[in-house]
Ligand binder design. Sequence first.
Ligand SMILES: [Zn+2]
Length: 331
Amino acid sequence: MTTDNRLKLTHLIKKLTDESVEQLLETASKLFAASTTAHRPDCPYCQSGSIVKNGHKCGKQEYRCKECRKTFVSTTNTLMSNSHQPSETWEELIQDTISGESISYSAKRLSISHDCAFHMRHKFLMSLEDVQTEYTVKLGGVSELDETFVLDSYKGKKLPENVNRKPRKHGESAQKAGLSKEYVCICTGIERKGAAMALTVNRAKPSSQELQDVFSEHVSCDTLALCDGLRGYATLEKTTGCSVKNVLTEQNHSFFNLNTVNSFHSFIKRRYAFYRGVATKYLNRYNALFGFAFRQIDGAFTRLKSLLLNVSIVDRFYSIRNTVSSGLLAL
Ligand SMILES: [Zn+2]
């Protein structure tokens, strides 16, 4: 509160009757009690609610658990561990990332360096990938499965020696005609009116085994899975118990179509073009984002934020070094 406001407030309080001052004090003490207990987190190690304040550490409130005696700050085990940025900046950055803004845009808007925005974004994407592993996206009801392809990208890096082609300029197309190894495959699945998932495991067309690897854990046994006839999909009937239909051989095209998954593909391609490609090694992090951002169902964003920014036992901490070295896609 500014000194000016404090003076104004004191002036107003002086005008109150004794009875009103008493009421005011009572309300203020209730608000104070509520704010100190509401923001006191449970222990991230043993989940005990028996927590006391324990001074400050690196500008953050430190707490001590009365049960296990361990100490923690309010960001321990969250996405914000070891970060100097406040939770408001993290929330804004997560929002920008989901809305598809560029790293440069977020850096400028939030007055942080490009490197800092890069690492924050990648820490968030890595955690999003983890969350999707913990809470696997399950496709049920009527779901559409298909693949889409994007050109590989080494984004500003020299091409590795085993890559047998000249570097591509921005906006340049593939050097070989057709679906060559320059293309990376993104396998996608989406439930009509439900969740979406995207995952890359290969270049060019996926094999039956690769389709199994990608989809078998995402498809429920009562799913009607629509696809475009790539033979590998049919084997999902055996592995998951779902029913697979090829839209190309069915009559009723107003029902048997892949319109929903195609609009998901358009969304991925628009984002991919806007980013001017995504370095292929980071593609699965972005696939996690594409799946989440295309269909945010039932307050998913609020749940995600509280999952990542509140204290929890699951360690969501990635160091800056992890963001450029862990969980990279090698194709
Ligand atoms: Zn504890």
